[in-house]
Ligand binder design. Sequence first.
Ligand code: IMP
Ligand code: MG
Length: 180
Amino acid sequence: MLEKDIQEILFTEEQLKKRVEELARQIENDYAEKEVMFIGILRGSFVFLADLCRAVDLPCTLDFMSVSSYGTGTTSSGQIQIIKDLSEDITGRHVIVVEDILDSGNTLHYLLNILEHRHPASVRLCALLDKPERRVKPVELHYCGFSIPDAFVVGYGLDYAERYRSLPYVGILKPEVYGG
Ligand code: IMP
Ligand code: MG
């Protein structure tokens, strides 16, 4: 039913699962003997984070943050507001921020800066997808699932107008759906 709005599947369930496992091995190697605190950025990261945290064989805790970037349609702006802050203190913790997609970098540039000021032991970023062509603000991405071209994608947590998050794959949305 949702499929009719998808132009092309970029990553199937199997490809996503395999890549999540690879990222998990990388994280396990980098954080051996440490406890990780995953911070999921709501809402887009919820599916990716659920799979990632179950694949990582390390002690970990989870927390969530929600931010809005006053964007219109399919782009974000530089103006960011925290809608829901963390419930936990991150001082001295090894934080991995988990995001669905790194696009302009506006959201994460701002967010990572706020987190750094709270004195964690370390902060790294893990994003399922990266659109490097669209970067406006510099952001260091330590763990990247896939780099993709400049197209609007949905599924596996990613939405357009809150829809399509439940698709098990990542696909390019037909431009006519968002009037592109
Ligand atoms: P940025 O601030 O431009 O990096 O935007 C990051 C946020 O924009 C992501 O967390 C997504 O919520 C949203 N976003 C950017 N590109 C896409 C896309 O192709 N599909 C769905 N959401 C996107
Ligand atoms: Mg998002």
